[in-house]
Design a protein around this ligand. Structure first.
Ligand code: PMP
Length: 380
């Protein structure tokens, strides 16, 4: 099988798996226990935190390990909504991940302002800046890269504008970390990330935050901000995966060309197809295809049988009646929303894998057309 759904999750990397295994066997003691085995795990855990903080130019006590990005994003909105009556609105893009949009709705009630966009997956920076300068805003949150279209957002510029206006800026960097250069993330007041997007284990990630965000009541773990026994084996495995991913980031320019070739092939081979976010700066691994005919699940099923795993949109939108979250932003009809197919590669894919995927799309298109011809003949 060729797996092209890496924006949903990635397979655990080999090195990450071996460090996970070793640590499950050897470093299972509670890091808060007072005897030597516990202290050893505590020391290793703090070393991992220090390394992570260093990689992103945050301070050690600004890194809170979490169960992933959903938890980190929720916590930021809960924190900044405290004493809300006295405070301003939150400002978010309309195509944030549900862990941001739903948190904004839940915690900020009606006090949400959506960032203006260009209608093709990109936030309009100038208009967003004037909102920050004129409205009372408590929290600005913008994703670094969209999980569905891959469109890269102007988060660094916005982080700077927020900083000069004294407004807190959070960035959901879940789809960026492990795929692109992360050096600018230190300009954000906080950002979230998740290990399973870069070949680390599921259920582990972090919130890097310059404000002390109270996340979970309980023990004194994580500087008293998130009570609960830390999952050290997952943390060490995540660090291994992150190092491996960071080492490969130099390769991404070539890889964007492979995806571009796929996009061109789709547009040429499947009449009236579209690529959402085409012409924008996008993640090198992602393409969101709007197909002209036939429901996306039929495409997905046939591609699956041919040996390719692709998705109908973000994993979080599967099962939601309206399908993909990005469909609303593009003003797609319900029918069009159900003709979206997202493909997302990762470092192990070759150019030839992309070419095979393109051929598979063309084969499926032919099959679907001939299926519909034969079914209309049968119904005569
Ligand atoms: N934000 C974005 C942009 C994502 O793509 C995801 C994962 N689908 C999340 C947040 C949530 O991450 P996690 O699975 O770690 O909760």
């Amino acid at each position: 099988m060729l797996y092209f759904d890496n924006n949903a999750t990635t397979a655990l990397g080999h090195n990450a798996l071996s460090s996970y295994d070793v640590s499950l066997l050897e470093d299972w003691s509670n890091p808060s226990s007072p005897y030597r085995a516990g202290s050893r795990v505590r020391a290793k855990l703090e070393q991992a935190r220090e390394e992570l903080a260093g990689l992103f130019s945050f301070k050690k006590d600004q890194i809170i390990f979490t169960s992933g990005a959903t938890e980190a994003n929720n916590a930021i909105f809960a924190h900044f909504s405290t004493g809300l009556k006295l405070k301003g609105s939150c400002l978010v893009s309309p195509f944030e991940h549900p862990s941001v949009i739903d948190s904004a709705k839940y915690w900020f009630d009606q006090k949400i302002i959506y960032m203006p966009t260009d209608g093709n997956g990109l936030v309009n920076l100038d208009e967003t800046c004037s909102i920050i300068e004129t409205e009372k805003i408590s929290l600005v949150s913008l994703m670094a890269a969209n999980n569905e279209t891959g469109v890269l957002q102007p988060w660094q510029e916005l982080a700077e504008v927020c900083s000069s206006n004294g407004v807190y800026f959070h960035c959901d960097a879940t789809q960026w970390v492990g795929k692109l250069d992360t050096s600018g993330l230190c300009t954000c007041d906080s950002f979230s990330a998740s290990a399973h997007k870069f070949c680390g284990p599921k259920g582990i990630g972090w919130l890097a935050t310059k404000a002390p965000v109270k996340m979970q009541l309980g023990g004194s773990q994580e500087f008293g901000l998130r009570g609960g026994t830390e999952n050290y084996p997952a943390i060490v495995s995540m660090m291994v995966a992150l190092r491996d991913a960071q080492e490969r980031i130099a390769e991404v320019n070539n890889r964007a060309l492979w995806r571009d070739e796929f996009d061109k092939g789709i547009l040429a081979g499947i009449p009236n197809s579209q690529i959402l976010g085409l012409g924008k700066k996008r993640l090198w691994n992602t393409s969101m295809v709007l197909l002209p005919d036939y429901e996306n699940l039929r495409w997905v099923g046939k591609l699956d049988k041919l040996g390719f795993e692709v998705s109908t949109g973000s994993a979080c939108s599967v099962g939601k009646e309206q399908g993909s979250g990005i469909a609303d932003h593009y003003g797609l009809t319900t029918g069009q929303g159900h003709r979206l197919v997202r493909v997302s590669s990762y470092f192990d894919h070759s150019q030839s894998d992309w070419r095979k995927l393109l051929s598979a799309f063309c084969i499926v298109y032919k099959e679907l057309r001939s299926d519909s011809v034969s079914s209309s003949v049968l119904s005569l």
